[in-house]
Design a protein. Structure first.
Length: 202
């Protein structure tokens, strides 16, 4: 792809660093922004700057938030006896979109993957155990993508949480094994949450 401007080329390279954005799509976005009023592009960049400067991680569940505690954790109407354990924020959003779940969440920040050098200490597991030790949580739903790494993570968490008297359940297998949770449709994911099953270690 030949560029008539080094500035355009640099902007295209910046967009292609985003997931799922190829060079043609990046060029289309750059040319679209060039056609907009200066105030529009300034608003666009200001929103990104504000997000980077202002976004926080919820001190309780590790969700993204504008404050120290996210809206879900601070909502008194949520069922505080149930926590849905997810890999990332996108999975949390996917479960929320089902409108089938009214408990709390815990974002691990990934899953255990020895091949990629990711161990339990690299994830938000200690903070989950600390929440469980307070005695308010009665059930932990493992809404983790059904892969080998996901199963390993679920097994590890079960060994940590069951001794604390917490019931471990998994989303029903309406979600295909080996699939990514964030790509499951809302109906299937919603039914999987409602029809969750106890997790057995034997």
């Amino acid at each position: 792809m030949v560029f008539s401007s080094k500035l355009i080329e640099k902007a295209v390279e910046a967009f292609t660093s985003l997931p799922g954005i190829g060079r043609k799509t990046a060029l289309r976005l750059v040319l679209h922004l060039l056609k907009q009023d200066k105030s529009t592009t300034e608003q666009f960049t200001a929103a990104i700057d504000a997000m980077r400067e202002g976004i926080k991680e919820c001190q309780t569940c590790h969700n993204f938030s504008d404050h120290d505690q996210c809206q879900i954790c601070s909502d008194a109407r949520r069922d505080r006896s149930v926590v849905c354990v997810v890999e990332g924020v996108r999975d949390l959003m996917a479960v929320e979109d089902t409108s089938q779940y009214r408990g709390l969440y815990h974002v691990l920040g990934g899953i255990i993957s020895p091949i990629e050098g990711i161990g339990p200490s690299d994830l938000n597991i200690d903070s989950l155990v600390q929440r469980a030790e307070k005695g308010e949580i009665k059930e932990a739903i493992m809404a983790i993508s059904p892969t080998i790494e996901g199963e390993t993570t679920i097994f590890y968490l079960t060994k940590k949480l069951q001794p604390l008297g917490i019931q471990i359940s998994m989303i029903a297998r309406g979600v295909a094994f080996g699939g990514d949770l964030e790509y499951a449709d809302e109906v299937t994911l919603g039914r999987s949450i409602v029809a969750r099953i106890p997790y057995e270690t034997k």
